[in-house]
Design a protein around this ligand. Sequence first.
Ligand code: TRP
Length: 319
Amino acid sequence: MSVGFDVVSLASAADREAELEELRAGLTGAPRELQPRWLYDERGSRLFDEITRLPEYYLTRAERSILRRDAAEIARLTGADTLVELGAGTADKTRLLLDALAPRRFVALELSESALARSSKALAREYPATEVVGVAGDFRRHLALLPSGGRRLLAFLGSTIGNLTPPLRARFLRDVADALAGGDAFLLGVDLVKEPARLLAAYQDAAGVTRAFELNVLRVLNRELGADFAPEAFEYAARWDPAAEWIEMSLRSLRDQTVRLPALGLELGFAAGEPMRTEVSAKFRITGIAAELRAAGLGVTRSWTDDAGDFALVLAERL
Ligand code: TRP
């Protein structure tokens, strides 16, 4: 018998205001920066899915190999009957957790409503004994609004946590701790520090998919906010910051130019060569992330790495 699926949206007018305010602050700051959420429209989500299959992008394969080997143990340790995935994307690796947990309920929180509707429908068909709930929302804003009840495992995979800067990361982890009830658990995927050359290659693929993904953000701002960015007047660059231990991705202006954003009442002057940071992707050490979790009130129960030691899954619960 099929339990079916449901898609609900959490986005409010106040969230929209807050997003626009953050965007304004980022665009007018020095150096300029964008928030990652603008990367993930329909086309951005599809391009990101393509990134996860690139030869240079080892992260997804490494994380999947851990799940393939250890999902059964994760299921045994957590005893979860509800799986909640934050930033689920196409919910591709999720199947390994669903197979191991056979949960009563699966909740997918995802920005892209189209990706959400597609994956919820497919999963409801493939897992007829599991109730599938697609929640359109932002893991930075909506953790407290997620459905409660049951014994939940919150999963945040793909090293997406590395796309939050340290203050936002600390706040996110505190929100996770607040959202967990006794008996709930948190499963976190983190990419580990390694040779810069391999890290850089993962964010500068030979086929140019990452470049297309990054430049797409300008099209999103044009469409959603009436901006007039000329994507061909910017180039994509990634660099490794050894002090922060993160990859920094940015778009550089190829010439002096003025860009208008009517929705924000802004006119931005870019000098030739001026960068706009689109995203960071922090890399972690197990001891470091355990300390960050502890500072947020979360204790590590277990961690696993893939055979090459490239990527880690960390299981934590409320202290
Ligand atoms: N969470 C992913 C990561 O940091 C997101 C990502 C992959 C990404 N490739 C990207 C973000 C390129 C921006 C640009 O690895």
